[in-house]
Design a protein around this ligand. Sequence first.
Ligand SMILES: [Fe+2]
Length: 186
Amino acid sequence: MIERFIASCREAMTGTDAERCVRELVAELVSAPGAVAAALGEPERAGLVILHRAPDLTVLDFAWAPWMCFKPHDHRMWSVVGIYSGREDNLFWRRTPDRIEAAGARSLGAGDATTLGRDIIHSVVNPIGKMTRAIHVYGGDFFAPPTPRSEWDPETLVERPWDMDDTRRLFAEAEARAATARSGHP
Ligand SMILES: [Fe+2]
C-alpha cells in the first residue's frame, strides 16, 4: 500500500500539476486511515521515519508525542499533510518586520489532508493524550531545502536557523514527558 502510494507520488512528480496530484493521492491514502496505520505498524517512539527521500520528493511518517508542541518553522518547498490517527492542530504565522504573528489555524483529524504552500510558517500541537500520526509529503528534499530553512523561537517569536538536533531533542523530551505522565511518576 505504501510502496504503491510512493510510486504514484513519483509518477505525479513528472506531471505539470504535481502539488495538486500529490494532494489527491494523500487524501485518497488517508481516507482509509486504519489501513495506513496497519500498513505502517505501531511506532516505537515519537519522531519521523523516512519512507522516501529524493531531490524532488520526500515522504515522511510522523509520530507526534502526546500533547507535544512543535516550534514555528517553514519548509521552503510545498508540502501535503495527511492525518491517519489522532489530531494535528496547525497554527499558521505571518512575518512582521522583526518576528512573526499568528495568522490562522486549522485542526486536522484522521482522514484529513491539506496542502501547505512553500512559504507557509506553521507550528503544530498534538492536543490529545496519544500519539498523532501523519504522512507528510514534501516537493523537494526535506533534509536539504533549496534555501536554508528557518524556525522561530517559541517564546520570543524571533527567527533563527532551523536546528535539526534541537528538533530531535524536542521529540525525545515530548516522549519522555508523556511517558512520565502515563506512569504517574515524576
Ligand atoms: Fe512543518
